[in-house]
Design a protein around this ligand. Sequence first.
Ligand SMILES: O=P(O)(O)O[C@H]1O[C@H](CO)[C@@H](O)[C@H]1O
Ligand SMILES: [Mn+2]
Ligand SMILES: [Mn+2]
Length: 402
Amino acid sequence: MKRAIILVLDSFGIGATPDAAQFGDEGSDTFGHIAEQCANGSLGRGPIHLPNLAKIGLYHAHRESTGAFAAGVDQTIEATGSYGYAKELSSGKDTPSGHWEMAGVPVLFDWGYFHDKTNSFPQALIDAFVERAGVDAILGNCHSSGTVILDELGEAHIRTGQPIVYTSADSVFQIACHEQTFGLERLYELCEIARELLDDYNIGRVIARPFVGEKSGAFERTANRRDYSVLPPAPTLLDKLSHAGGEVVSVGKIADIFAHQGIGKKIKASGIDGLFDATLGALEQASERSLIFSNFVDFDSSFGHRRDVKGYADALEQFDQRLPELLAKLADDDLLILTADHGCDPTWAGTDHTREHVPVLVVGGAVPSGSLGQRETFADIGQTLAAYFDLAPMDYGSSFLK
Ligand SMILES: O=P(O)(O)O[C@H]1O[C@H](CO)[C@@H](O)[C@H]1O
Ligand SMILES: [Mn+2]
Ligand SMILES: [Mn+2]
């Protein structure tokens, strides 16, 4: 059977790219810095232990990317998979760019951004949004971490009914509203209004950020997050496979990231275990010529952006422990690719993504084992899958298949 699985460990970078300085990210290394803090004892836990990822080449890929093994890892584990690391061709270090590029379509234009840290949004945009949304005003209007801003403005939002609107270094317009007092459906309506208004500003995503709780310090964001993305700039591997009669199964937020283009089945799940279970379930049901595409968002949203180094390390180990279950379900011709969409070094200043190499770890008989070396673009993944599924070649990338 020919089935492919892509697991995206959202934000799991393995070392700065050569152009990282242009992003203020020179020296960033999501995996390396997590491993370093685990090994030096500052987190109150021992060295990081990812034996199953190491067996398919994670430690070696990181060493090729940075020049040295990560601190405290077991260097004696032999890498039996195909492993390498990839640079990003896209101009940004955001989630849609990373995912579209791995599906063969890099983002070569510049997104629109709201650069100002305060009073971030143009008055004309705020006026149009407030009027169409039927609210008195907005709260926020600044750059912020999504959890910090809830502590600051969550109570005011409940009191006034005014939506909290914020952005970051990403091309995003995020709207946080309380699920009960404001209403989830109404939040989604506001996001659709914003999506229409923001096309003029070339903004990649509007994100609904529902939350619950009553008081500052006790607010929690829920799994009902929804991303409203613009369409990818060209047909992706997903479109091509779907048109050729294959099936693309989205697990987690993949469908949202691709603006629902080229997706057959959509499976929602949350948490590392929930997403892993959903991926295993999808694989059990998958027929010939299907692609299961899973995004593990928690690495990014719960740990990377939160600068929670221990949380990130623990989550990686949790993921690693689940990996053998998936490997055991692979048929001979299946192809499994583990990768990431950008970095989000939890030891880095600020709360934004970091411009990093991503791991490219491949399991499957079709790809020769050993080092895949440095890949010039994430699009090598899309090109490999196009070849694997006998589709016309993508415009970018070169295949790992010989
Ligand atoms: O701080 P939170 O709300 O998690 O926001 C983060 O999540 C957004 C989408 O990945 C990014 O733009 C980043 O700012
Ligand atoms: Mn991401
Ligand atoms: Mn992110």
